[in-house]
Write a protein that binds this ligand. Structure first.
Ligand code: ATP
Ligand code: MG
Length: 581
């Protein structure tokens, strides 16, 4: 196919869009691949749509190769099934809800565990039918709180979601492994640098779960790795190794001290080091008390106290993951007024526990650890408040930040942190949905058996942004051959009629060899054309320019930046070799 830039529905932009912060977003808009319609909602223009379709093709080929069968369910779904699973409520404000003309509730599907389970239930009824894995490639809808970076986090986005149904736990483990291998093949074909990390299972529920994160400094996920053991986890899934409890005997009694104006960890530490406590105090000796409001879906807001060592920040994403499906918000001035026992700047565990506020602590706050913390009175702190002796928390919570150098949960060494973009997620759901919908089939021995389920998602449209993010330079995009919107970009950069005819001839010959060609046959200047060829990022560029007079064309590799002159007569062979090499 020859795509003529003189005819292509394409406008490239010289300037970055005002709302774009990350390179992939800027470049995909500037190169005319996507256009914004509303926050998190984008249109795909011809070249962008080609890339999207190529990624989709790779995903589909690999899913088919693993034996999954493609079906297509609606995006517009009635409320009932999601009511049965309780996700109509549990999914919270991310769910797009709407009503039909009769006033019935509908939703736009964010993920389809319910509908696949009902579909399998409607068709299959015997052990002989299993295992089965079904998938679809479909637009998903989530009213994301923070749509971001163009198509990277959309409110409408294309996902491949699949669901496996097995009769045994071993079967589920095998289906899970097959998906994991398939996802590895997909990401390798797309040239993406990725890591597989342990994950929490989020709103889907379930147990074993891993995420595929594309390595990227602009990623919203932080993961840690232990280089000694190979342990790797999203920080949301990191469990803090709890130290041994310390015997209480000999620990000094708690004492209350005047600490006027010491309302931050820094000022408390500064005060403590002038208070002759007999040792040097650091932030790690203080216990920070944070109070948030949480709400289980459909429930009321409730206060929750969180105690973490003062040398660590609260990690909101970890707290969110720990509380899921409940949501949380920080408390406001109004909450202090309504709850006078919350003394701003001087909060401690005692007032919370005495007033029936649930209080959870970091796993490092084990029995026998002694803390400097708020005394719940204006201008006062307490020193030597011992966990298990002077206060008993309601449990532990993983809400403190995980840091570079923290010990790996497997005890093998220190953790190293980096950032990534979640591109895929695999998990073993178990029987959560088959229980809810009572999916039972006839077992081999005549008794009913209940299948166990896995659920797997890969972000097709997000992958386009991720490829752009990992593969670009300051001049533009650099598509890997597997998903590029064309194989060769032929630039006519010479006004001479024979040069133009030569370029047309080369394009026709390439087309005949089933190469997808973009031909820049516009009247624009060579400078504009070169800039556009760099921006668009087709892997191979052929310039029919000044060298034509000597019988040469220039071949440029967009990926390596290498350029070389070749005789025009050999151009076809050389380009074919470069593409197929
Ligand atoms: P995230 O943590 O980034 O919101 P998620 O945990 O909600 O992702 P899943 O529900 O597991 O994601 O969805 C499967 C895949 O769909 C993700 O791995 C990601 O590639 C893609 N995806 C999820 N949300 C979006 C979105 N808003 N825009 C584009 N792709 C998305
Ligand atoms: Mg999400």
């Amino acid at each position: 196919m020859i795509t003529r830039l003189s005819e292509l529905f394409l406008r490239t932009l010289r300037d970055d869009p005002a709302d774009a912060e990350v390179p992939s977003h800027k470049l995909l808009v500037r190169a005319g691949y996507v256009r914004r319609i509303a926050p998190g909602i984008y249109s795909w223009l011809p070249l962008g749509l080609r890339v999207l379709r190529e990624v989709e093709r790779v995903v589909r080929e690999e899913m088919d190769a693993m034996g999954a069968q493609e079906i297509l369910l609606p995006s517009l779904l009635p409320r009932d099934a999601y009511e049965t699973s309780n996700r109509w409520t549990e999914y919270g404000p991310d769910l797009f809800r709407l009503k039909d003309r009769r006033g019935n509730d509908y939703l736009l599907g964010p993920t389809h565990e319910e509908m696949f389970t009902l579909t399998v239930k409607a068709e299959y009824n015997s052990y002989k039918d299993f295992p089965v894995t079904l998938y679809q490639v479909q637009n998903k809808y989530r009213d994301e709180q923070r749509p971001r970076a163009g198509i990277l986090r959309g409110r409408e986005f294309l996902m491949k979601d699949s669901y496996s149904y097995d009769l045994t736990d071993e079967g589920l483990a095998a289906s899970y492994q097959a998906h994991r291998d398939t996802y590895e093949r997909i990401l390798q074909r797309l040239n993406i640098k990725y890591v597989i990390v342990a994950a929490t299972s989020g709103a889907m529920g379930g147990s074993a779960s891993e995420e595929f994160l594309a390595e990227s400094p602009i990623g919203e996920d932080t993961y840690v790795r232990c280089l000694e053991s190979g342990y790797a986890a999203n920080v949301e899934a990191v469990t803090t190794p709890a130290p041994e409890a310390i015997p209480f005997d000999g620990l000094p009694d708690a004492s209350v001290h005047e600490t006027p104006g010491a309302t931050t960890i820094d000022t408390v530490v500064a005060w403590a080091n002038t208070a002759s406590l007999g040792r040097t105090i650091t932030a790690a000796d203080t216990l920070k008390t944070l109070v948030v409001k949480t709400r289980v879906p459909g429930g009321e807001w409730e206060l929750l106290g969180v105690g973490i060592p003062g040398d660590r920040e609260l990690d909101e994403k970890r707290l969110e993951a720990a509380l899921e499906p409940a949501e949380f918000v920080m408390i406001t001035e109004g909450d202090f007024t309504k709850n006078p026992f919350l003394v701003k700047g001087y909060m401690g565990p005692k007032a919370l526990l005495e007033n029936g506020v649930r209080y959870l602590v970091d796993p490092r706050v084990v029995d026998g650890t002694s803390w400097i913390t708020g005394a719940d009175e204006d201008g006062k702190h307490v020193v030597g408040l011992v966990a298990g002796r002077d206060f008993t928390p309601d449990g532990t919570i993983e809400a403190a930040e995980v840091r570079d150098g923290d010990p790996s949960p497997d005890g093998a060494g220190p953790l190293v942190a980096a950032r990534g973009i979640e591109v895929g997620h695999v998990f073993q759901l178990g029987r959560k949905y088959t229980d809810v919908f009572e999916l039972d089939v006839l077992g081999e021995n005549g008794k009913p058996v209940r299948p166990t389920m896995g659920s797997y998602g890969i972000g097709v449209s997000r992958l386009v942004a991720v490829i752009a993010e990992q593969m670009h330079d300051e001049k533009g995009l650099c598509w890997p051959a597997e998903v590029a919107p064309a194989d060769v970009h032929v630039v006519i950069a010479n006004k001479d009629e024979t040069a133009r005819a030569g370029a047309e001839e080369l394009a026709a010959a390439l087309d005949k060899a089933r190469v997808r060609v973009i031909l820049d046959d516009r009247k624009s200047s060579p400078g504009v054309k070169f800039k556009d060829s760099e921006l668009l990022g087709i892997p191979q560029v052929v310039v029919v320019g000044r060298g034509w007079a000597e019988g040469n064309v220039e071949l440029r590799d967009r990926f390596t930046g290498e350029a070389r002159e070749v005789p025009a007569a050999e151009a076809l062979e050389t380009v074919l070799a470069a593409i197929r090499g």
